[in-house]
Design a protein around this ligand. Structure first.
Ligand code: NAP
Length: 518
C-alpha cells in the first residue's frame, strides 16, 4: 500500500484530501508515497503557530531555545539510519549523499544549539552601544532586536529535504519565531518522517514547528506583517514569491536563495604536480558526483589557464571515471539518479543547450553504464563534462543545469580576464580560487567578492583541511547576490537578524538601561 504523508498543523498530523502528488524512487521510477494539502486548514495552522508557538518561544532565553535545538538534533540523530534509507528511497541519494543531507541537518541544529548557550539568559538582543542624543547625557538611544510576532514560513527545494528544514528551523527557533516548513513535495518523505520523530520525542513547545507536506496551496495568502518567508528554490519561483502583492503590501520580509552558476578558478601559478592542483581537481570533481550534481553550491564553471587545460582535462576525466553511476543502495556507486522525472528531462535538455556552444569531453547527457539491477526506469544522467573555447559570453554563464554537469573554460591566466567572466553568472553563491600566489589571490578575492556570497580559497597549506566549496557551514553566511537571490542565511548569529525586528528606543538613560538589561 502506498504510504500517505501527513502535514503537521496546529499540533496534529493531518492528511489532505483530493488528488495527491506522488513521490517516486528515482532509481526505479516507482511510487513510494503520496501527499496532498487539499482541504487543510492552513490559515488556522498559521494562527496556532502565532498564538501558541510564538509566545512559548519568546518566553524562553536564547540558552533555553538552544537546548530545544540540541534536543531536536539528538532526537533526529537516533533515527539516522532510517532517515539515510529514506533519503536513498525518495531522493536517490547514495549513503554519502544522504549523510550530507541528514547529518547536515542535525549538525546545523546542534551548532545553533551550542550558539544559543553562548547567547545566554536573554530573550532579545541589545544591538550595539547606546548613543547620547541630546546635550543632556540622560537622554539616550539604544537599538534592540526582538523576535517578530509572526510565523517563519520556510519553503525549501527538493534537493535537501533534511538540511533545508534543519538549517532554516534552527535559526528561526533560536531567534524566537515559530516555523512552518514546506519542503519540496517530490522528496518530502524525509522531512515528513523527521516531523514524526520530533513529535514523538515531544521536545518542542506546542506550535513551535508545523509542516505543510505538499503543494503550498493558499499558504502565502494568509501571511501578514509580522511573518517572514525564507525561500530556497529556482529563481523563477523566488521572483514570483518576492513579487506577490499581498507580501509587498504587508512588508513581509522575503529571503530568496536561488540558482547559482558557481565557479572554480585555477591560478596561473599552479602546476600539475602540486598539492594545490590535486585539491582543485578533487574538489571540482566532487561537485560533479556528490548529490548527482544537485547542489546549489556545486561548481558549474571551471576556469583553467590555457596552458594547463590538457592537464586539467585529463585529471578531471580520471576522477570522473572512478565514480560509478547506478543504484544508490550499492556501496560502490558514487553517482545516483537525479531526483525526479522533471529534473531528468530538464538536465538532459540543459546539457544539449550547453553543447550547442561547446563540445563534450566526457559523457553526453546519457545514463552511461549503470551499476545495479532494475534501473531501466530510473532518472540517471551520467557525469558530463563540456568545454568551451573561452571566457566570453554564452549559455554556460546563463543556464544552471542542475545535475552532474560542468564546463571547462580556458582563460589567459589573469585576474583581469577571469573576474568579468565569472561575473557573467550575474551573482553566485560561491566561487573558488586555487592558487599559492598571494597577489593573484588578493586580486581575485577583491574582484570576485561583489559577485559572490562566499569565496573559497584553495592552496597548498589548506589542502588537507578543506571541506570544499560545496559544503555550507553554519558559521558562514549562505546566499549570494543577483541571480542567487540576493539572500543571506546562517552565518552564526547573523542569520537570526532576519527573524527579528531592530527597534531604536529613545528615552531616559536609567530606564532604557533597565529595560535593555545593560
Ligand atoms: P522550485 O521548483 O522553485 O521549488 C522550490 C519550492 O517552492 C518547493 O517547495 C515548491 O513546492 C515551492 N513552490 C513552487 N511554487 C510555489 C508557489 N506558487 N507558492 C509557494 N511555493 C511554491 O525549485 P526546486 O526545483 O525544488 O529546486 C531546484 C532549484 O533550487 C535549483 O535552481 C537550485 O539552484 C535551487 N537551490 C538553491 C539553493 C540555495 O541555497 N541557493 C539550495 C538548494 C536549491 P513544490 O515542490 O510543491 O512544487
Amino acid at each position: 500500500m502506498t504510504r500517505v504523508l501527513k502535514s503537521y498543523l496546529s499540533g496534529t498530523f493531518v492528511a489532505g484530501t483530493g488528488r495527491a502528488a506522488k513521490l517516486y524512487d528515482p532509481a526505479r521510477g516507482t511510487v513510494v508515497a503520496e501527499t496532498s494539502t487539499e482541504g487543510l486548514d492552513i490559515a488556522g495552522a498559521l494562527d496556532y503557530a502565532r498564538d501558541v508557538g510564538g509566545p512559548a518561544l519568546r518566553e524562553l532565553t536564547f540558552a533555553q531555545r538552544g537546548e530545544l535545538l540540541s534536543a531536536m538534533a539528538s532526537a533526529l540523530h537516533e533515527y539516522r539510519d532510517e532517515l539515510l534509507d529514506l533519503a536513498r528511497l525518495n531522493g536517490g541519494n547514495t549513503r554519502g549523499d544522504a549523510k550530507f543531507d541528514i547529518d547536515g541537518c542535525t549538525g546545523t541544529l546542534a551548532f545553533y544549539g551550542k550558539l544559543g548557550g553562548t547567547l545566554g539568559d536573554r530573550t532579545f538582543f541589545v544591538d550595539g552601544e547606546s548613543e547620547q542624543l541630546a546635550r543632556n547625557p540622560r537622554y539616550i538611544g539604544q537599538h534592540i532586536r526582538v523576535p517578530r510576532h509572526g510565523v517563519a514560513v520556510h519553503i525549501n527545494a527538493f534537493n535537501f529535504p533534511g538540511w533545508g528544514f534543519g538549517e532554516k528551523a534552527a535559526v528561526a527557533l533560536l531567534a524566537g519565531m515559530p516555523v512552518l516548513c514546506k519542503p519540496g513535495t517530490s522528496t518530502s518523505l524525509v522531512t515528513a518522517r523527521m516531523f514524526e520523530i520530533l513529535a514523538a520525542a515531544d521536545v518542542l513547545p506546542k506550535g513551535a514547528v508545523s509542516l505543510l507536506c505538499g503543494s503550498a496551496g493558499s499558504l502565502l495568502d494568509h501571511l501578514g506583517p509580522q511573518d517572514a518567508v525564507a525561500f530556497t528554490g529556482s529563481s523563477g519561483t523566488g521572483a514570483m514569491i518576492r513579487g506577490r502583492a499581498n507580501l509587498l503590501a504587508a512588508g513581509v520580509p522575503v529571503n530568496v536563495e536561488a540558482d547559482s552558476l558557481n565557479s572554480a578558478v585555477l591560478g596561473p601559478d599552479v602546476d600539475d604536480e602540486s598539492e594545490t592542483f590535486d585539491m582543485f581537481v578533487r574538489e571540482t570533481a566532487r561537485d560533479m558526483w556528490q548529490k548527482a550534481g544537485q547542489k546549489c553550491t556545486a561548481i558549474r564553471r571551471i576556469y583553467v589557464p590555457r596552458e594547463s587545460l590538457d592537464d586539467v582535462r585529463e585529471a578531471l576525466i580520471g576522477e570522473i571515471q572512478r565514480n560509478l553511476v547506478g543504484d544508490p543502495g550499492l556501496k560502490q556507486v558514487r553517482v545516483g539518479p537525479v531526483a525526479t522525472a522533471q529534473q531528468h528531462r530538464d538536465v538532459k535538455e540543459g546539457i544539449q543547450t550547453l553543447a550547442k556552444e561547446g563540445r563534450f569531453v566526457y559523457g553526453d547527457g546519457g545514463p552511461g553504464t549503470l551499476e545495479g539491477e532494475g534501473l531501466e526506469n530510473g532518472y540517471f544522467v551520467g557525469p558530463t563534462l563540456l568545454e568551451v573555447d573561452g571566457p566570453g559570453p554564452g549559455a554556460v554563464h546563463d543556464l544552471e543545469v542542475f545535475g552532474p554537469v560542468q564546463t571547462l573554460i580556458p582563460y589567459d591566466g589573469t585576474a583581469a580576464e577571469a573576474i568579468p567572466s565569472v561575473a557573467r553568472g550575474k551573482g553566485s553563491l560561491v566561487s573558488s580560487v586555487y592558487t599559492d600566489d598571494k597577489n593573484f589571490a588578493r586580486d581575485m578575492i577583491l574582484g570576485l567578492a561583489p559577485y559572490n556570497g562566499r569565496l573559497h580559497l584553495g592552496g597548498r597549506k589548506v589542502a588537507d583541511h578543506s571541506p570544499g566549496p560545496g559544503t555550507v557551514l553554519p558559521q558562514m553566511v549562505h546566499g549570494g547576490p543577483g541571480r542567487a537571490g540576493g539572500g543571506e542565511e546562517l552565518g552564526g548569529v547573523r542569520g537570526l537578524h532576519f527573524y527579528m525586528q531592530r527597534t531604536a528606543v529613545q528615552g531616559l538613560k536609567p530606564l532604557i538601561e533597565r529595560i535593555a538589561g545593560v
